[in-house]
Design a protein around this ligand. Sequence first.
Ligand SMILES: Cc1ncc(COP(=O)(O)O)c(C=O)c1O
Length: 451
Amino acid sequence: MARRPKLDRRTFLRGAGASALLGAAGVRPAGGSVLPVFGFDPDRQVFDFDEPFDRFGTNCTKWDGAVADTGHPIEVGMGIADTDFRAAPCITRALAERCAHENWGYLRRPAKYAEAVADWNFRRYGVEIDPGDLVWTTGVHPALIAALLAFSPPGSRVLMTTPVYNGFYTDLRFTRTIPEDSPMLRVDGGRYEVDWDDFERRAARSNVFILCNPQNPTGNCWTEEELLRMGEICLRHRTVVLADEIHCDFVNAGQKYTPFAALPDRKIVDNSLTFKAQSKTFNLAAMKVSWWYSTNPDYQERVQANSRADLPTLGLVANHAALTEGEPWLEQLLPYIDANQDFAESYVRDHVPHLHYTKAEGTYLAWVDVREIMEAIDAERIAAEESKSSVGTVTPGKVVQRWLAERAGVFLSPGDGFGTGGVGYMRMNLGTQRARIRQALDNIATAVAEL
Ligand SMILES: Cc1ncc(COP(=O)(O)O)c(C=O)c1O
């Protein structure tokens, strides 16, 4: 495993977008005027992730979408998996420079883009990727769909350890494949573990296993031993592993991300494809750039046959800046997120009756046990009642979501969308300012007190 390079002052300044050429407190686009860089103090070389940052009115899903969905004035949007921080200054600078050029014709993709991805993965995780093997896509979803089309015909089964990312179910509906949920076992209310007998039984009848590493929403950073065991079972049953590692840059202190493609067994690795992006890391989801690859040329060819992606100019510019200059920003964001996780765990324990939360190993997501609220508000009965007269099914999770939006002004994602084992949980996005987490939890505690 390659060691992370130490940050010297020059690297740091380059990453912070604060080179002497650009001036101390701003970025200077080609046209001349200086754009302010907030959230960054060049003298202290510190990024201020506590800086209040208002996203309302930008058509963002997390805040504007939450208000539109619920019809309530949401005070804290904690749903969809993106973050609320001002972008890394190097990204803003690179975009400003490119925008100043004012021409948006077709784009070529010089080797430097793929090299930046390969360098990042080698530098941070010791994975050697041939830049020539990278296939660009406009998101992990289209790439997963291309892989499902290649390996899992309509009606075939797709294995997942659940609770798992709700978006996978949309990809399965799109490809008319069938979810094969292998519910995980929860050890003492804490870490989720694979139920190995169940996993093997289901792998034997599935074409594909979608691995989520680290796992959204439970936060599992899968160990090498666990990944090897999953990989061995899948190899034995000729189940292709699709390793979605989009959250891999968010790993809490004391934990480790093990890339599936770095496992010490060539046959297991050759039975997989890896799907990644910088979109969670640097909050570039709407910039529509991600990539996948496989060490297996046959798999590579089969999925490529279903893939076509023309990438957006600004997306590539932003991603390149992030990969080549964004590491210092990220190195400060990671402890901030880790501290958010600690804060949420202790604040829930000390101040929010009816909620339970054990700190995740990775991701900026929190998988919160809301079973007591569900029971107290009679969510199952209400859901069953409303489902009779509604076009779609109303789930207990939806009822809890609505209750929290109405009574606490907080928007969370209902756990029952995350597959078997999700009922009674909500996913809370902690990729935000700590003051907002406190506000959300205070609001929930106040609402709960009125029950
Ligand atoms: C595990 C996982 N995979 C994929 C995605 C979506 O990826 P993209 O926006 O690149 O399609 C998400 C978004 O939340 C996710 O959590």
